[in-house]
Design a protein around this ligand. Structure first.
Ligand SMILES: Cc1cc2nc3c(=O)[nH]c(=O)nc-3n(C[C@H](O)[C@H](O)[C@H](O)COP(=O)(O)OP(=O)(O)OC[C@H]3O[C@@H](n4cnc5c(N)ncnc54)[C@H](O)[C@@H]3O)c2cc1C
Length: 382
């Protein structure tokens, strides 16, 4: 059997697991390559702790170059265009050919969709998170606003988790009584995808901690001073720190490739994660997998699970062995309530009748498990 070329675009949660899973099932006659412009991706999930000084910035990344030890080639390059008709991808390091393509380029951010957001604070990107960390380290009183603009956004629990971690940090620092914390979201309630009960419990958890929650109020503008935000419900507020969740968008290179068929995210077969182009798969934040009235959340655990499945499917096609079980849509994310306790939220998002999910109680062992998840990510186990 001639060697096949499996090309993985993007070395985040999904791309790395797709490559590892395909590599585990295929012998060395088949080539597996990951392309990413960033040799050292950072774990966004550490940002809520990073901004309050509870994680070291230089311990939140992993080097994709280390995948060479596992027989996976890494190319550090920008992906300029994807040509599925010719099975070629043009990158800043040259043109690459493929037999099987995995598009795992994540979600891009449109910082200009909300005027003023580019110059405001955020915890959705590593550089912005470091900037916010410096600001918080100097903050002694005032008001912090966390403001999401529009769904979908990565890790739906992140705005609430971040507000609760800031609350915990402010209490430890002895400044909580001098600090107001507010969360503005565009949705009618928090964490709708996890069901009504989970949503109500998140509301209560915020309420118990004196964190204001304003719903149906996506942020529409941040003043150039960075001190005033306006919202879709017509209200506005002054704050010392305004941190936005940026509007997410399909990366341009994916939109231009045509595999999204003009849709906001790449539609895929929910059983195989294959796009409408044969042998071209799209996994993780870049795709949309319907789940009842919602879609599978944009979270690393789902991207990783989809990557593992796609690696198995590609290997089975190359080896001409039976097609594996379909993708199951199962995944659980962590939601820390403080530096010491974390809950889990997740379940089966492809269950008959819509998402079947739970939110567990925040516990010390949940936090230990979250810490383990972060360590496993750094060593490519996730
Ligand atoms: C604050 C925050 C907290 C989070 N917490 C959690 C959590 O607790 N649990 C969880 O499961 N998820 C969490 N997430 C979500 C998680 O980070 C994403 O869902 C996950 O990274 C998606 O994986 P992916 O493989 O689809 O894309 P990504 O991990 O975004 O990877 C995409 C890769 O493609 C590369 N790329 C993009 N365009 C190009 C191009 N043109 N050329 C070359 N390379 C390119 C990028 O450099 C990137 O490395 C959190 C996110 C945020 C922002």
């Amino acid at each position: 059997m001639a060697g096949n070329k499996v090309l993985v675009l993007g070395g985040g949660f999904g791309g790395v697991q797709a490559a590892i899973s395909a590599r585990a099932a295929l012998d060395s006659t088949h080539e597996i390559t990951i392309v990413d412009r960033n040799r050292m991706p950072h774990l966004c999930g550490m940002n809520p702790m990073l901004i309050v000084g509870e994680r070291d910035a230089d311990k939140t990344g992993r080097s994709l170059g280390r995948l060479a030890n596992r027989g996976i080639k890494f190319v550090e390059a920008n992906i300029d265009s994807i040509n599925t008709a010719d099975q070629k991808v043009v990158t800043s390091a040259g043109t690459l050919e493929y037999d099987y393509l995995v598009v795992a380029l994540g979600a891009g951010y449109d910082w200009d969709a909300v005027p003023g957001a580019r110059g405001a604070y955020s915890f959705y990107d590593f550089d912005y998170a470091r900037h916010l960390r410096r600001r918080l380290s100097r903050l002694k009183r005032g008001k912090i606003v966390i403001a999401a603009a529009k769904p979908p956004y990565k890790c739906p629990p992140a705005p609430f988790e971040t507000a609760m971690i800031i609350n915990w940090w402010a209490r430890n620092k002895g400044i909580r009584k001098d600090l107001d914390i507010s969360v503005y979201i565009p949705e009618p309630g928090p964490l709708g995808v996890a069901g009504k009960e989970a949503s109500m419990r998140v509301r209560n958890a915020l309420d118990q901690r004196g964190i204001e929650l304003v719903t149906a109020a996506g942020v529409t503008e941040v003043a150039t001073t960075g001190r005033e935000a306006s919202f879709a419900n017509g209200s506005s507020t002054y704050a010392d720190v305004i941190a936005t969740v940026p509007v997410h968008k399909l990366p341009n290179v994916v939109a231009e490739s045509g595999i999204a068929n003009g849709k906001p995210w790449v539609p895929v077969d929910s059983r195989t994660l294959e796009t409408t182009v044969p042998n071209v798969f799209a996994i993780g934040d870049v795709n949309v997998v319907p789940s009842g009235d919602f879609a599978i959340p944009k979270a690393g655990v789902f991207a990783a699970g989809q990557g593992t499945k796609v690696g198995e499917i590609i290997a089975s096609r190359i080896m001409q062995s039976g097609e594996p079980e379909p993708y199951d849509g199962v995944g659980y994310c962590y939601m820390a309530y403080s530096g010491g306790r974390s809950a889990m939220v997740g379940g089966n998002f492809l269950a008959d009748g819509g998402p079947d999910s739970v939110l567990t109680e925040p516990t010390v062992s949940g936090m230990k498990s979250k810490d383990r998840f972060e360590r496993d990510w750094r060593t490519f186990k996730i």
